[in-house]
Design a binder for this molecule. Structure first.
Ligand SMILES: [Zn+2]
Length: 195
């Protein structure tokens, strides 16, 4: 009587091992290098929390953010995010109320940290999470190579209380359409036209 009972158990264990194997996880992630230049003096714990949020958001679309330290040299596809105080921003290029700015078709985005901090406090959101969302949004513009916004989700042109509630549950994310475009961009195996 033992043999027929053991066979299904063995099969179940094998299936669990197979489902937990590498094919179901990390191997599909596309890497993207990002260097954060902290000119706004953002506290280390806030920045670490923000980077964790950015990495989490990009993992949901199959992308692994590889953080390049400022002391290193980024590769040819490295993207740069400069965290700056509002006084360093170019008011002629930064609309009032904008939390960040991505240079069109470029590799560089700015995040105005004072504004992010004020926005988060006004809506009762965590500053590190809001900074992460802002960085993820601006990186989204760089990867999508356009200034287009979505009607829903992370790439909305502005966020309100409902968006911040979604964000608190980890649900303010890229749309499926934008996720596909980002993956297609990262899958290009030639550097021509990358920027
Ligand atoms: Zn935007």
């Amino acid at each position: 009587m033992d043999r027929p009972r053991r066979a299904p158990m063995t099969l179940a264990i094998l299936m669990m091992i197979w489902l937990a194997g590498p094919a179901a996880g990390q191997s599909a992630l596309r890497p993207v290098e990002v260097m954060v230049v902290n000119q706004a003096g953002v506290a280390a714990d806030v920045l670490a929390g923000a980077q964790a949020e950015v990495a989490r958001i990009y993992r949901t679309v199959g992308v692994q953010v590889v953080w390049i330290p400022v002391t290193a040299t980024g590769g040819p596809r490295c993207l740069y995010v400069s965290l700056i105080p509002e006084r360093m921003s170019d008011s002629s290029r930064t609309p009032p109320g904008a939390l960040g700015l991505a240079l069109k078709g470029g590799e560089l985005a700015y995040v105005l940290y004072d504004r992010v901090d004020r926005f988060a406090r006004a809506l009762g959101s965590r500053v590190d999470m809001t900074l992460g969302l802002t960085i993820a949004h601006e990186l989204g513009h760089l990867l999508l190579r356009n200034g287009a916004h979505a009607l829903v989700g992370l790439m909305r042109p502005s966020w309100g209380a409902a968006d911040c509630q979604l964000a608190a549950f980890g649900r303010l994310l890229f749309t499926d359409a934008d996720a596909k475009l980002i993956r297609a961009r990262l899958d290009r195996d030639d550097d021509a036209g990358w920027f």
